[in-house]
Ligand binder design. Structure first.
Ligand code: GCU
Length: 614
């Protein structure tokens, strides 16, 4: 069957995968046949070597090549072969295998079909309280995930709300069918669960040390794994932003997580427990409590107490996916715990998939600052939805693809991941491809400059998190303050201040505490500085704030010019152009609101006499 599925970075795979392709090895053979025919290149032979697991090796010369691999390794090898051919690159040399065994996408999809922080339409598999989906689209997504090397898909929101009773008998046949759709692509499902669920089923408590609770979860796990024998595990958000959790019963998070881990262990499942715990009811007058300290304070003392099949999933920064944050100190503090690194493809704070914001440069920085071997898994909040192009902005697909490349190799050069995506997706003439890749590579810095540079966080409009509102979170709950006054801005997080910097290993702590070594882009995260503070480049802090906002906005305008020169295929061209108009409006709004805010507070004029609104 030929479907009218929208092009992705695998434009050469035009036909739906037939039902007979019910294993990764069969999909690999099908894709190679189809892809090599479309590309006009000889198809390699396939050779199964079960010992290779997810790994593969491409041997022999063109016309006589063999892809060898374990069952899913064959699939990854087939995509690697096709990718190299389509992108006109050399074939990968030697044995290849993924750096992290669990490479997870966390969807924040609700049972009613809406998506929390979703910017690309409704859920691909929920509607009106039930699981339902469009087969060809789900298989297309399976191919996309497999070709990017991703292998776990958590289908529902960590805030388990409403009817999402995925664990009860009534739902299980649908869950089993969805798992069967993804299985041939080497993608295993995971589900988010509600810690307090036993209460809704007559158990009377959700105390993790209560036997009735333990039995209820063990029975649920038995039923779920009977329906989906290869389910990857459960994902839990507990005691966070009004979610229930073990604190209600005076239990630790190790006790809560271990109870669930023991229910899933007999089935080979993992229990992913999120470390996003903080006081979201903080009084802004409280200048002692410092939100970034919360995860470390809660979890570091529990290091070594979690069962082997618990994975503690930690957001990469101590706040919440801001434009720039330092690496979370929790990630350095728990050598005896299996950790997962959590990133966010959904552009909640980074432009809602309207503004261009490519993430590989951020992830590369994480790999440089944190030995990737410290964590055992990687997870990304999904940017997927039912929009024809899956990601709202056609370029936001680069983040899904690029995340897969990062998950396989945390040191992947951002330019390599982004160029491959651009080449596979569009096959533009060389100069245009360079312009597109250059635009993507600089997009983070541009966005950072026109929104919240120098480590300033949380100047976003409350709740929806798009657009500027410098005081929006200032006199409120949530613990997210910059405390700008007429003289100074920023929080002293050194040991003389809130003590946050003291949570890092000594060398990192000292680097951040010392104003001379603290990088400019995190200066106001770690320090409270007067507007007349002179930065390393000789400019005052207030001048840097003005300059960065003007430069960021100019950067967005330059991106618009570059975009206009690209001969992108439709409808990508029209969609990107339309969103660029919105991005420019957003960038100007940020520039003017933030500069005016600081000008009114400080009374200091811009050294270059540019327009600031008083
Ligand atoms: C942020 C986000 C929420 C989300 C939460 C989480 O606070 O705004 O929508 O639920 O992160 O990661 O759990």
């Amino acid at each position: 069957m030929t479907t009218s599925i929208r092009r992705t970075w695998l434009p050469f795979l035009g036909e739906d995968v037939p039902e007979r392709c019910d294993t990764p090895a069969k999909v690999a053979a099908f894709e190679l046949e189809l892809g090599c025919r479309a590309l006009g290149v000889p198809a390699p032979a396939l050779e199964t070597d079960p010992g290779m697991g997810e790994g593969y090796a491409i041997r022999g010369a063109d016309g006589n090549a063999t892809v060898a691999g374990g069952e899913t390794g064959l699939l990854y090898g087939a995509y690697a072969y096709l990718t190299a051919k389509a992108a006109k690159k050399p074939l990968p040399e030697g044995a290849q295998k993924p750096f992290w065994p669990l490479r997870m996408i966390n969807c924040w999809d609700n049972a009613d079909g809406s998506i929390e922080r979703g910017y690309s339409g409704r859920s691909l598999w929920f509607e009106a309280g039930r699981l339902c989906w469009d087969g060809p689209r789900v298989r297309q997504l399976g191919r996309m995930l497999a070709s990017a090397g991703l292998n776990v898909l958590c289908i529902n929101n960590v805030n388990v709300k409403g009817q999402a009773e995925l664990l009860i008998e009534d739902y299980l046949p649908e869950l089993a069918r969805l798992a069967a759709e993804f299985r041939p692509f080497g993608v295993r499902l995971m589900v988010s669960i509600d810690f307090s669920r036993p209460l809704a089923h007559g158990v009377g408590t959700a105390d993790p040390l209560h036997e009735g609770v333990q039995h209820w979860w063990a029975d649920r796990a038995d039923a779920v794994w009977q329906a989906v024998p290869d389910l990857a595990g459960f994902l839990v958000k507990a005691d966070s932003e009004h979610r229930p959790g073990p604190f209600t019963y005076g239990r630790t998070h190790a006790e809560g997580a271990n109870m669930l881990a023991r229910a899933v262990a007999p089935h080979g499942g993992v229990l992913v427990w999120r470390a996003f715990v903080y006081n979201c009811q903080q009084d802004w007058r409280d200048t002692v409590t410092d939100r970034p300290k919360a995860a470390y304070d809660t979890y570091a003392p529990l290091d070594g107490q979690f069962d082997d099949n618990v994975i503690l999933q930690v957001k990469y920064g101590p706040f919440d996916f801001q434009v720039r944050e330092p690496v979370s100190p929790t990630l350095y503090a728990m050598p005896n715990t299996r950790l997962a690194l959590e990133v966010q493809l959904a552009q909640e704070y980074t432009g809602h998939q309207i503004d261009i914001y490519a993430m590989n440069p951020l992830w590369r920085e994480l790999a440089e600052q944190l030995d990737p071997g410290t964590v055992r898994a990687v997870a990304a909040v999904s940017n997927l939805g039912r929009d024809d192009n899956y990601t709202g902005h056609p370029f936001a697909a680069a983040n899904l693809y690029g995340f897969g490349r990062f998950a396989w190799n945390p040191w992947v050069e951002p330019i390599e991941a982004l160029r491959d995506w651009a080449r596979l997706s569009y096959a533009l003439p060389a100069a245009q491809e360079d312009a597109l890749v250059g635009m993507l590579l600089s997009s983070r810095e541009v966005y950072e400059k026109y929104t919240a540079p120098l480590g300033l966080c949380w100047m976003v409009r409350p709740h929806d998190h798009y657009g500027p509102s410098p005081s929006g979170y200032e006199y409120d709950l949530w613990g997210t303050y910059h405390r700008a006054s007429r003289d100074a801005v920023g929080i002293d997080r050194t040991r003389r201040g809130t003590g946050y910097a003291g949570q890092y290993p000594e060398a990192i702590r000292d680097m951040y505490e010392n104003l001379d070594t603290c990088p400019d882009n995190l200066k106001l995260f770690f320090h409270r500085l007067r507007y007349d503070y002179v930065m390393a480049d000789g400019r005052t802090l207030i001048q840097r704030i003005y300059d960065d906002h003007f430069e960021g906005c100019a950067g967005a305008e330059a991106m618009a010019d570059a975009l206009a020169t690209l001969q992108l295929p439709e409808p990508d061209r029209a969609e990107a152009a339309e969103r660029m108009q919105l991005q420019i409006r957003n960038a100007r709004e940020w520039r003017d609101v933030v500069n005016t805010f600081f000008h009114r507070l400080s009374g200091v004029d811009d050294a270059h006499g540019r327009k600031i609104y008083d």
